[in-house]
Ligand binder design. Structure first.
Ligand code: ACO
Length: 321
């Protein structure tokens, strides 16, 4: 059977690391409050010359190297971001140009923090139709540029970064590698809980992120537990068989609550929120790359990706490496 197989990964972070102590000098907050409520200790913030496309390109290059794939072989780039370099062209086309692989399909998807799951699901479907044989799936963000640095309830939570995977269509055995099942959902009902208060068709300004954190937290735990169950059912896999969960890194307490709902041990959850904060669409591929490169995630492992974000959008995907 033809499946989309993850054959490489890469990630990129901006140069500047900003600790909670650094933020104390900027807004009325404390390291203690941030660590206790979120688990975040530091984040990376894009500076001069660093944009969503430069971070995405660096992550993509590393993923290509890791997979042993030349940029010229890539026929599809799906890039998830809510902070594109420009309203248009799509950041995916900037990355395509920077990599030097012209003529294939390249587009952005906007599903905020679930963006990587949406991009992975889309690329998986397109590879299985034969539209391309090798794809780059990228999550990249510079959320620091849409934060209200006067608003302590949001500005301490986010960071910038990028992660990428190479997906290849391969003819594999039933118990072989590849993406086994993906479920994606959206519900526009709760837009006011998490949104950006601007845009090209409304204010004409980029706008700033606004969030009612407590309500978002409540929805996240319920939606994630449900979608994880749906993916396990679809793939006929028991939760206990999962080797690793690579979740969207929004908040350590959401990760703990989701693990408890699924009765999964915390050791199976990849956590990078302490190092990177919430990097929106970049967080899942960033965390995945960290855990692959440090040797935790190995070939043959069963890995569950999951995320929930603005929209609301949410989703999960199960893959064997
Ligand atoms: N430093 C110090 N105090 C703060 C800060 C801060 N940075 N931010 C808020 N406070 C204060 C509040 O003003 C409030 O004070 P008050 O009681 O005197 O009014 C108090 O801390 C508690 O505020 P709450 O908002 O009720 O705190 P809560 O325990 O809910 O934690 C948090 C806030 C961390 C945002 C939590 O609700 C959360 O994690 N929500 C999920 C949000 C999230 O992860 N969103 C992203 C997921 S979706 C996506 O990734 C796009």
């Amino acid at each position: 059977m033809i499946r989309a197989v993850i054959t490489g990964s890469g990630s990129a972070l901006p140069r500047d690391c900003v600790t909670n102590a650094d933020l104390e000098a900027r807004v009325d907050t404390s390291d203690e409050w941030i660590v206790e409520r979120t688990g975040i200790r530091q984040r990376y913030i894009a500076g001069e010359g660093e944009t969503t496309s430069t971070l995405a390109t660096e992550a993509a290059r590393k993923a290509l190297d890791d997979a042993g794939v030349d940029a010229s072989e890539i026929g599809l780039i799906v890039l998830a971001t809510a902070t594109p370099d420009h309203t248009f062209p799509a950041t995916a086309t900037q990355v395509q140009q920077a990599l030097g692989c012209r003529g294939g399909v390249a587009f952005d998807v906007a599903a905020v923090c679930s963006g990587f799951l949406y991009a992975l699901g889309t690329a998986d479907s397109l590879l299985r139709t034969g539209m391309a044989t090798k794809a780059l799936v990228i999550g990249a963000e510079t959320f620091s540029r849409i934060l209200d640095w006067e608003d302590r309830t949001t500005c301490v939570l986010f960071g910038d970064g990028a992660g990428a995977v190479v997906l290849e269509a391969r003819d594999v055995a039933e118990d072989g590698p590849g993406i086994l099942a993906t479920k994606l959902h959206a519900d526009g009902e709760h837009k006011d809980l998490l949104y950006v208060d601007g845009g090209p068709s409304t204010t004409g300004e980029v706008g700033k992120l606004r969030m009612k954190g407590r309500e978002v937290f409540r929805h996240a735990v319920v939606n994630l537990a449900t979608v994880l169950g749906e993916v396990l059912d679809e793939a006929s896999v028991a939760a206990a068989d999962i080797d690793w969960i690579v979740p969207h890194q929004a908040n350590a307490r959401i990760l703990d609550a989701t693990a408890r709902k699924l009765e999964l041990p915390p050791e199976k959850i990849v956590v990078t929120v302490d190092q990177h904060a919430n990097t929106s669409a970049a967080s899942v591929p960033l965390a995945f790359d960290v855990a692959r490169k440090d040797g935790r995630i190995k070939p043959g492992d069963l890995v569950m990706f999951e995320a929930m974000g603005g929209g609301f959008t949410w989703g999960a995907s199960l893959a064997r490496l």
